[in-house]
Write a protein that binds this ligand. Sequence first.
Ligand code: HXC
Length: 254
Amino acid sequence: MSEVLLEKPADGIAVVRLNRPEVRNALNLTVRDLLAKHFTDLGNDADTRCIILTGGDKVFAAGADIRDMVDRTPIEVMARRDLWKPIASCPKPVIAAVNGYALGGGCELAMHADIIVAGEGASFGQPEVRIGIMPGAGGTQRLTRAVGKFRAMRMLLTGEPVTARDALAMGLVSEVVADAEVFQTALRIAKTIVSMPPLAVMQIKEVTLAGQDASLEAAMILERKAFQLLFSTTDQKEGMRAFLEKRKPEFRGR
Ligand code: HXC
């Protein structure tokens, strides 16, 4: 069985499921290659409108595979192509459904998502410092942007994880639900997103992420241009007319 499974539970929704439970879904090179491939394909697939990323109901991911890394040389590490890029640049909304541990590269993987639904028993941490390294896929950067310097530093410098509740209070997750409801909650959110006009959804994701790294002024220009662009879509006409005519809109992605 593949170490990353691809499922299609409903129209427009793809599920990417890590499948190495015996090693807590540690991200070896095979898994990372498959993640990059699936996210590239799903990003290009017109029928896919939202992606759920999960590790199943026990563990999200315990980080990069330490066995894979222990004897690596700097040149070998450097020579790897950036397998995170296809996930980071995926134009479709990504929801991480997190049960159990999301540690190291696992926490960084969750932070590549746009929405994180966590179970009560989930925990998030960047324990790399304990094994002599540091985060390498956004732990120092995405985490700090999400929770601020002082909470990020506490996690990064001690390696201590935080609970789902603490993660919610910090702004590291979107929502905490009972462990048994994580996937269904993610699916419900995905279905809502899929019912929205796809071009508006894609513009919202693109502008929100690009704007985070720009000045407020530049980001506001980006937002305004994307806002104006959406007036060229039939979905804008349909959405507004449907509201005025008190009926359900029929969005076509055009
Ligand atoms: C390789 C791992 C692993 C990992 C767990 N395993 N995490 N193997 N890489 N990251 C393996 C264990 O060796 C063990 O294999 C099996 O999974 C079960 O693990 P246990 O420790 O027995 O399970 P448990 O007691 O439930 O503890 C779970 C755990 C712990 C808290 C998640 O395994 C743990 O601390 N793992 C390491 C977490 C970590 O340091 N992550 C950061 C990695 S560095 P056997 O053969 O004994 O059954 C990183 C850098 C990212 O992520 C850089 C991005 C570019």
